[in-house]
Design a binder for this molecule. Sequence first.
Ligand code: 3EB
Length: 346
Amino acid sequence: MRQHHALRIQRSNQRVLDAAPHLRVDYVESTNLSHWLATSATLPMAIVSFGSPVPASVSCPVITLDLPQLGNRSDLEVWTSDQPVTVHRRNEFFAATSGEMLAGTVQLEEEPGEGLRETTERAYRRLLHHIQELGYPYLWRVWNFFPGINEDEQGLERYRQFCVGRYQALAGTLQGFPGSLPAGTAVGTRSGPLQLYVLAGTHPAVHLGNPRQVHAYEYPEHYGPRSPSFARATLLQSDLHTQLFISGTASVVGHASRHIDRPGEQTQETMSNLRALIGHAADISGAVPNLQPSRGTFKVYVRQPEHLGIIQQALSAIAPSRILYFQGDLCRRELLVEIEGVVIVE
Ligand code: 3EB
């Protein structure tokens, strides 16, 4: 377990602050962003937009995904820190650091004559290079977005091409691979470049498997020539609390997809997976499991917008303000719903 950080005196106002920064994830109605930031005690590290505009005055990395939000809402995902933030720009790489954590993004167009596999390998190599150079070599959480995820590219589905490129960049470079792989999400957008964004740190986090699932990085070859390089969740422990970053989680038990063509049942199975994962995380961190959604935030990717109602119904235990729904394509054709989140385990 990590030690508590030394207390630090801030000269300006003589307040005593803990030097360990804490990441907050909030969903903010897009028209309310300026007011929210102006009145927040925390500083922006990154903003994820699902199509709504972000004021140009925002100086942190902004990632805009062509991922339509469902349910007549227009939210931004806002990551903030309770400690000072510095931004770093390096061509295609843009990051913010705060103490021991980094939020960064690499966005690469797929060049003509280059396959998604090569673009992905290039993106990951650049990402690793830049985070290592800045002193934040440990991947804590990764998100991946690109269009046409289920389309064929030169005889292999684009998701599988992506998996090969990611594997090629990480397997030889990431110390401790595959046990050091972070929690991940990979979702298909309607359009846009390959977009990666990450949370990384100066020290390692703890990466977990799901007791109900095979590690994705040990999926049999049937699912693609290189298995997907991600953990089921990442635990970040600090003096304040323990945060569990949960990967995109679907109706997969063992390694098999369950409940083909049944969005309601897929959602229930996914919730069983989430409960098992959170219970496992609580065991490992010695905490009491708290799936009380009041302390968590969730994003739900829905393949077919007409399934929104039945999926929402299956998730009615989670407070609506803590859960966002998007139309996104998922990495197996038969998967209709995928849920990721950040939960406080205490
Ligand atoms: C699964 O369990 C669903 O390739 O990074 C979920 C989260 C999935 C992340 C990835 C894939 C990824 O296999 C698919």
